[in-house]
Ligand binder design. Structure first.
Ligand SMILES: [Zn+2]
Ligand SMILES: [Zn+2]
Length: 336
């Protein structure tokens, strides 16, 4: 089959590779759509060999392992892929889902930027999810990133009369705006950079959009709340500056949801967080059924975010676009 394969730093090539091999607990899916993720770009910049990316995808089930229940061929699905190590404390107790050395689809084993992908441990409703007819394959390939935003916003339990801020307008931040809107939060302040993303933030439902490249984001957020500050910050940027802004713009008793991945350790003085009784909450997880429901009900929409589409043969161009094109938000592979 054809697949997009890493061949060194910033070098992705479309090659012919062996077809995936079906395992008794696995399924093989013919891929229809697959998104390029920000996490893929981190690896893309490193000198690695052989990685086949792709964990935001959808397709049709074509082969089913002998031990799999409830999944039939032809099912339109999206899925999460992981392989427990089988040796750690949790695996030995039969709790592989808590494995501390989990191998991930699209990183440690081949992902969905290929004609076919193998999902080990296929369990309907747990790792494999049926896609309702209302959702396109592109929508279904957007469930994974949307599920992260859904999970993170849900942890904050925002109320309708509150003000929420979203810092960092990558895909997770933009979907967080959609989820906040879907939950009826009355005022959403969004701060980010790049024209395309600021425009998308408005389309996603942000009431106040701050261009952090030109404005003082903290001053603008305080002005938007008559000096009160916001109730909840979704910190989706993962940088020192946005962390500091979060602490400063959250009103007493408010919450800061830490969603963005920090590449550098933080320097901070906890005194402000203590004196304002702030809650800092780490968020790492996804809710696939919740995300699928939002898309089906039209409360979330992938179309504001998908800016570029490529075939598998154009893999190299697809990655260059996601990394360098300032207009790129989500780059999507579409397989015939
Ligand atoms: Zn991702
Ligand atoms: Zn393990």
């Amino acid at each position: 089959m054809k697949a997009a394969v890493m061949r060194g730093a910033r070098d992705i090539r479309t090659e012919v590779v062996p077809d995936p091999v079906l395992e008794p607990h696995g399924v093989i899916i013919k891929v229809k759509a697959c998104g390029v993720c920000g996490s893929d770009l981190h690896v893309y910049k490193r000198d690695e060999q052989g990685t086949i990316f792709g964990h935001e995808f959808s397709g049709d089930v074509v082969e089913i392992g002998s031990q799999v229940k409830g999944i039939v061929t032809g099912m339109r699905v999206t899925a999460v892929g992981f392989k427990p190590c089988g040796k750690c404390f949790w695996c030995v107790q039969g709790k592989g889902y808590r494995c501390s050395h989990m191998a991930l689809l699209g990183y440690q084993f081949p992902g969905a930027m290929a004609e076919y992908v193998h999902i080990p441990h296929a369990v309907l409703g747990r790792t494999v999810f049926t896609v309702p007819a209302e959702l396109s394959y592109e929508d279904a390939a957007s469930v994974e990133p949307l599920s992260i935003s859904y999970f993170s916003v849900n942890r904050a339990q925002p109320k309708e009369d509150e003000v929420a801020a979203v810092l960092g307008l990558g895909v997770i931040g933009l979907y967080a705006i959609q989820v906040l809107k879907a939950l009826g939060v009355s005022k959403i302040v969004a701060s980010g950079r790049r024209g395309a993303r600021l425009k998308a933030a408005r389309a996603c439902g942000a009431d106040v959009v701050i261009d952090a490249a030109k404005e003082d984001a903290l001053a603008a957020a305080m002005a938007a709340t008559a000096g009160m500050g916001v109730n909840t910050v979704m910190e989706c940027a993962g940088m020192q500056a946005t962390f500091d802004q979060s602490i400063a713009m959250t009103r007493g008793g408010g919450k800061i949801m830490l969603v963005g991945i920090y590449e550098q350790p933080l320097a901070w003085d906890p005194l402000t967080a203590i004196s304002k009784n702030l809650a800092l909450v780490g968020c790492l997880g996804g809710n696939f059924p919740g995300a699928i429901d939002l898309l089906r009900n039209g409360k979330a929409d992938a179309k504001h975010l998908i800016t570029h589409r490529f075939t598998l043969e154009q893999a190299s161009e697809a990655f260059r676009t996601q990394l360098h094109d300032p207009g790129a938000i989500k780059v999507m592979f579409k397989m015939e």
